[in-house]
Design a protein around this ligand. Structure first.
Ligand code: NAD
Ligand code: MG
Length: 306
């Protein structure tokens, strides 16, 4: 047990519980880190499911590549995939090595193989090599999660720099395109690709013009590519999180004064935790979703989506 501030560390994804009451004592104070930030410095630390996620062999023998895998939603997904029996390659930025190592250690405890391949998703060569190195390390590839993302708020579009606009699109959209393109020749029938989009695709914040635009693009990309790959037996889907407590939010993802009330405008009245997102990725990754193609699975605490 560690020092995490949670009211109920015995909960797992199968426990009967009132979703509006979960994490009730979870009350983050205002805080700030510079990009990309570390989960290790986030207070309270997000729930990645490390004490609670129970696997049941749903991804036995699968070979997964996950980007943005060191922290937040990606890290919870890595832990869940590992406990479901998948070997995993983790992609993240070199500055995030401490988070990556701690998540890799938790995942390895499940008895699977975990490899770390840090680099910058804005770099085309890294994305292509990441896929090749993942195939080598894992002995193949049948599960890709494009989850790495950049979110930096800017109040006024006239202050949104070309550089930021470019970086946000490179990280959130181009990397997904590059990795998907490089991965397809390696993916056998039965493989699954999952992209992380956002409630922002449907309800864009006025201060997240670049970010929200990438998330709408990710949805449309997912639906288009899904139709192309379905006849090959490869399923492509997306997960759309609502407000989730991750380091993305304290690295200028939101104005710090908004963190106090983060997620309170959802019907559940609270923010989500990465551990509540991971089961959506497991569902879309596994064969139990065999007839689900081109879908965006919303995990938004009840915020309506189209
Ligand atoms: P996070 O900060 O824990 O994860 C984002 C990860 O993206 C980082 O850990 C980093 O490894 C990676 N990344 C960013 N820039 C990169 C770069 N240039 N090169 C390599 N890796 C890079 O935050 P998170 O909230 O878990 O974010 C995961 C995904 O979830 C993102 O796509 C984000 O847009 C999406 N999302 C988050 C929320 C939320 O409320 N937290 C809501 C909707 C969607
Ligand atoms: Mg991180």
């Amino acid at each position: 047990m560690n020092d995490r501030t949670r009211n109920d560390r015995t909960r797992d994804q199968y426990a009967f519980s009132d979703p509006s009451k979960l994490y009730a004592e979870f009350d983050p104070a205002q805080q700030h880190q510079s990009e990309p930030g570390l989960d290790a410095k986030l207070t309270p630390k997000p729930d990645l499911g490390e004490d609670t996620y129970r696997g049941s062999g749903r991804l036995q023998g699968r070979r997964a590549l996950v980007t943005g895998a060191d922290s937040g939603i990606g890290a919870a997904t890595v832990i869940a995939f590992a406990r479901e029996g998948a070997d995993v390659v983790m992609s993240y930025l070199p500055d995030e090595e401490p988070d990556a190592q701690s998540v890799a250690a938790v995942a390895q405890d499940a008895g699977v193989r975990v490899f770390t391949i840090p680099g910058d998703l804005r770099d085309h060569d890294y994305c292509r090599e990441l896929v090749d190195r993942a195939v080598d390390a894992l002995g193949g590839l049948d599960l890709v999660v494009n989850n790495g993302g950049k979110q930096v708020y800017v109040e006024n579009i006239t202050h949104l720099s070309d550089e930021q606009f470019d970086d946000t699109f490179k990280t959130n959209v181009y990397a997904m395109f590059w990795i998907t393109k490089a991965a397809i020749p390696h993916l056998p029938p039965g493989s699954t690709i999952i992209n992380t989009t956002s409630i922002q695709a449907y309800e864009p914040s006025p201060i997240l013009v670049d970010y929200a635009s990438t998330k709408a693009t990710i949805n449309t990309f997912t639906k288009a590519v899904a139709q192309q790959l379905a006849p090959k037996g490869i399923r492509v889907n997306a997960v759309a999180p609502g407000p989730v407590w991750t380091v993305l939010q304290v690295t200028d993802g939101q104005p710090p004064e908004k963190l106090d009330r983060f997620g309170e405008n959802t019907p559940l009245g609270r923010m989500g935790q990465p551990a509540e997102l991971a089961p959506a990725f497991v569902f879309l990754a596994s064969a139990e979703s065999s007839y689900v193609v081109g879908e965006t699975l919303s995990v938004t605490g009840g915020k309506p989506t189209p």
